[in-house]
Design a protein around this ligand. Sequence first.
Ligand SMILES: C[S@@+](CC[C@H](N)C(=O)[O-])C[C@H]1O[C@@H](n2cnc3c(N)ncnc32)[C@H](O)[C@@H]1O
Length: 217
Amino acid sequence: MKLKQLETLLGDLQQFTTPKVFYSVELEQYPTGPHIASRLLYTAENSFDDISNKVVADFGCGCGTLGAAAALLGAKQVIGIDIDPQSLEIASMNAEDLELDIDFVQCDISNLGWRGQIVDTVVMNPPFGTRKKGIDMDFLFVALKVASQAVYSLHKTSTRDYIKRTSLRDLNASSAEVLCELRFDVPQLYKFHKKKEVDIAVDLWRFVPKRSQVKDN
Ligand SMILES: C[S@@+](CC[C@H](N)C(=O)[O-])C[C@H]1O[C@@H](n2cnc3c(N)ncnc32)[C@H](O)[C@@H]1O
């Protein structure tokens, strides 16, 4: 599939509609736009061979954009996980509209009971940790435990040094590379945002997990 075609299909997906004021703010529910989402997945596939025929998990999938992109690029299996049941309903409708077979799980990522490196690749745009301090690193911690091949994740550029140091030292990453720096438009979803859109500098990371010592049978 061509990049432009992928971007167009993702642009037609439903996103978080009426913000559920308190709940949404706490969960940092802003969608990854089709431009960034298509490039993230396209790079993962075409530069690193991390998507097609792979088992891909979309952590904090929201309305399912990243997982849908993985499925469109030929992932063997896609699992979308989010704590919010209403987002998962939208994600499920989006998958149905595109005739994609995606499994959805409602779960707090911090409580995900997966053992070992049971997926190949994790893709995610985790909460930045603006509302719940440290949630971005909780996502990364779990992703680097369950992925065997790669983790793609978006994080605020202002946290770059911290992310690099911590992922390599404490979070099971054998490499941590910023693929590009992006401008991320967080739309005015909430009352406390005075401007229509808040423009945030964000890094697209690719992490490679250390190989698990446990041998597959
Ligand atoms: C920035 S949004 C990204 C949504 C979607 N992945 C996308 O790219 O459009 C973060 C998502 O993480 C979910 N989330 C927040 N905290 C979570 C948690 N502890 N466990 C699972 N999902 C969580 C939110 O409900 C939201 O859908």
